[in-house]
Design a protein around this ligand. Structure first.
Ligand code: SF4
Length: 368
């Protein structure tokens, strides 16, 4: 059914003026002095040591670029061992990060949950700030580092904890579901979190006739189309996915009617209407692994197409390339820096963290 209502900051006259999410605070080195910078020269030894890694990415990284990356990749992998660290990389990270230095790759929730199963005491989060916060929520005793604290997200920045309280005042008794792409401050105010994989299941699990679903208006519209629960939405959007258009997809199909198109539910409805399959990043990857289409258009952040192509070179990717500028703040250079200096550490107020963790764990504990 259509959305029951959609609200944003302008709809609340009593919204606190100038209230914004607190920017990520620069962290500090936890223990000891920084380690010395290792040599970053391209040598025969570096070439030999990194040759198996280049095999993984040779479809998407030209040979001429590899000598510029390989010394840093080798240094990161050695430092990881020395520090007892694990590197988590989101599906939208560049292939040299995702395939060459990450221990665990996946969507934001997969990363945080997997991190609870590793023994490493340090997590380096190659993703945006809310993902590092989620990892910290689920791994409170581990040190979580983010290589660039400016790695934000337009969705997470669209709503604050105060906004959730205003929505609750306007719709008393209506439960609130937050997409994981929100700050810990917002997660602390809601009843339960969801991902794009389980959003419909989470909404229906509440057994309520109406649910406030935030902050992505397009994911809310998609969920509303799949359930009889009335959905009240927030006017947030992902700046990467909202740029795709249905006309763009039609032009791919006109050029090659046999092409397969898969899209992320953060895209506008006219885009999803043109897609052969709609799903989360994890579902999209599984779909490609199972179907192995000859030619594919993947409607999501463009590094994911590179990462899938590196794994499945027989699938030809036509990729409309929308880059997430926040994800791309994470680089090999600042991952190395983060491991050398143990900065920047992600910290969350313990009382707020307890409340936010409950929302995430309630989702994780839902029966499949
Ligand atoms: S791709 Fe969109 S939702 Fe993901 S981090 Fe970037 S802005 Fe946020």
């Amino acid at each position: 059914m259509p959305l029951t209502g959609i609200y944003g900051p302008d709809d609340f006259a009593n919204r606190p003026q100038g209230h914004v999410i607190a920017p990520a605070r620069p962290g500090q080195a936890r223990t000891g002095p920084p380690l010395p910078m290792p040599s970053l020269e391209w040598t025969p030894e570096v070439e030999r040591a990194t040759a198996p890694l280049y095999e993984r990415v040779k479809q998407v990284i030209p040979p001429i670029e590899w000598p510029l990356m390989a010394p840093t990749i080798k240094a990161i992998n050695e430092l990881k061992q020395a520090r007892g660290a694990v590197i988590l990389a989101h599906n939208y990270q560049a292939p040299e990060i995702f395939h060459c230095v990450a221990d665990i790759g996946g969507d934001s929730l997969q990363l945080a949950v997997e991190a609870t199963r590793v023994k490493a005491g340090i997590i380096v989060q190659c993703g945006v700030h809310f993902m590092a916060e989620t990892s910290k929520l689920l791994n409170p005793d581990k040190t979580v580092l983010i290589p660039d604290t400016r790695a934000g997200c337009s969705l997470a920045a669209s709503i604050t904890g105060a906004d959730v309280r205003l929505l609750r005042e306007k719709f008393p008794g209506v439960p609130v579901v937050a997409y994981v792409n929100t700050s810990a401050e917002v997660k602390a105010e809601v009843d339960i979190c969801c991902t794009s994989s389980n959003a419909v299941q989470v909404v229906e699990s509440l057994g309520a006739p109406s649910v406030i679903f935030l902050p992505d208006r397009y994911l809310a519209t998609y969920v509303a189309s799949k359930t009889d629960v009335k959905i009240i939405a927030w006017k947030g959007a992902c700046e990467v996915h909202e740029r795709f258009t249905g006309a763009e997809l039609r032009s791919y199909r006109e050029a090659d009617p046999s092409v397969q198109i898969i899209a992320h539910p953060e895209c506008p409805p006219d885009v999803l209407a043109e897609a052969d399959f709609t799903g989360s990043t994890a579902h999209m990857i599984n779909w490609v692994r199972e179907r192995r289409p000859r030619r594919l258009v993947m409607i999501t952040e463009c590094s994911m197409a590179d990462n899938v192509r590196a794994e499945l070179p027989d699938v030809e990717m036509l990729r409309p390339c929308n880059i997430c500028p926040h994800m791309k703040r994470i680089t090999l250079a600042n991952i190395l820096e983060s491991l050398l200096t143990l900065r920047d550490e992600v910290t969350i107020d313990p009382t707020l963290a307890d409340r936010a963790r409950r929302s995430v764990e309630r989702m994780i504990n839902l029966k499949n």
